[in-house]
Design a protein around this ligand. Sequence first.
Ligand code: HEC
Length: 464
Amino acid sequence: MNLIELIGRFHPVLVHLPIGIFVLVIVMDGLTKFEKFSYLSASIRLILGLGIVSAILSLVTGYTLSLEGSNNQDLVDTHQWTAIGTTSLFTAYYLLRQKLMAKQLAHSITLIFLLGMLAWTGHQGGSLTHGEGFLTEGMLEAKATTEQPLDIKDINQAVVYKDLVQYTLNQKCVQCHGAEKQKGKLRLDELSWIKAGGKNGNLINVNNPAEGELIKRILLDDIDEHHMPPKEKTQLTDAELAIFQWWINSGASFDKSVAALAPDAKVIKALASFKEENQKQVTSNKKIRASIEPLDKKRKEKLEKMGWVVSTIALDDYHIRLTGYNLEGTVKDAVDAAAEISDHIVELKLSFSALKDNDLSNLSKFKNIEKIWLDHTDISDISLKQVSALKDLEYLNIVSTNTTANGLRSMMQLPNLKMIYAQGTKITAEERDALKASQSNTKLYFGDSMKSAITDTLFTKKAE
Ligand code: HEC
């Protein structure tokens, strides 16, 4: 990190100073209108002066920070100008305050206006660090972009980038790299953003395709912390991976059709399975929509009262994740209540809860669960027996529980189960090796990679 970068890094901390001081000035100035507080007036000039000095420092650090570049350059530019404007206005206020004080109404209006400018500037800065909509995110229902899967009729006519690559990015990447969030300062929702690249620059390396950041990230081992998408998220299928590699290696054209890029036998196979998956998605989305209603508000509130965190996942509000870190009553009651909306639930998190065996006796009703977290609880194989009713289950976490190799073996019969996290269970080292040797489609993790184990079970900051 060079000096310029170092100075820039102070900006997010430093900006709180002028914001705090200016708010204080406005409050104090407002109070001086009351006789009782008129004595405050004497100190305001000094405080306001300090505020202006700290605002100028924030402008300087902010400017150096902006030199690092951002994917949201437009917002950076606007933020820069509103910040300069706000600082100038406060400076003007410093100079004219005495005169304004004589005119009550004009003074009050000025204060309100200054407060508004301050809030606006601060909000822009917040949007740059937390992503646009960071204020409203929790308040509004998750935006339901009910994007229909595209219906590919003739795969040879499909445009590789738009119909296959971008389509996959929309499904599996854009929730973190889109208009709402720009993780790694990267957006993948439109061509221009993809061309702009992320925090580490270009995504696609035309001269040396294999070195491009995009392909490198998705090809990394899936327990590597830089692997994309992050391992707890829906992964790219083998077919999608093959199509991405083929697209990159053939020059990452943005307008050529499948036929024009002359797929070889392996890619043709991948394309066929991509199309098949795609058709399945089209029909299954139709099916889900036909058979269940969007989640009922009252039921949602009822669950929230019991301590469940209800969050929508994927792109619509039909599918939800229930998280029970802070359940009010017994886990059994909470799970039984959740069973009323079981069709909606695709992810169930009971990590670190007071979960005990037999609390999950109604689990078979949750036909659509794909991921379940039972880690750091007192459960044994009895609970696993109940879990084995979940035919769609893809992911299971039983870290730090009393489960044994027997219980785990029966889980591995589940047709769709891809990953089990099982360190800290009663499974012995020998049994691990035997299980690993026998593993079919299911990957077993026993804490071989501490990092993945930790990131997998710790709470994420935002109560998801
Ligand atoms: C759950 C959120 C999430 C999803 C989904 C996700 N990413 Fe990321 N991505 C991140 C985070 C966080 C970072 C920054 C940390 C890092 O660099 O590993 C990142 C960084 C990246 C970077 C590096 C950008 C740079 O220049 O440093 C690339 C490339 C990337 N992601 C590609 C993808 C692709 C492709 C997908 C979909 C297949 C995807 N991501 C899905 C969260 C996500």
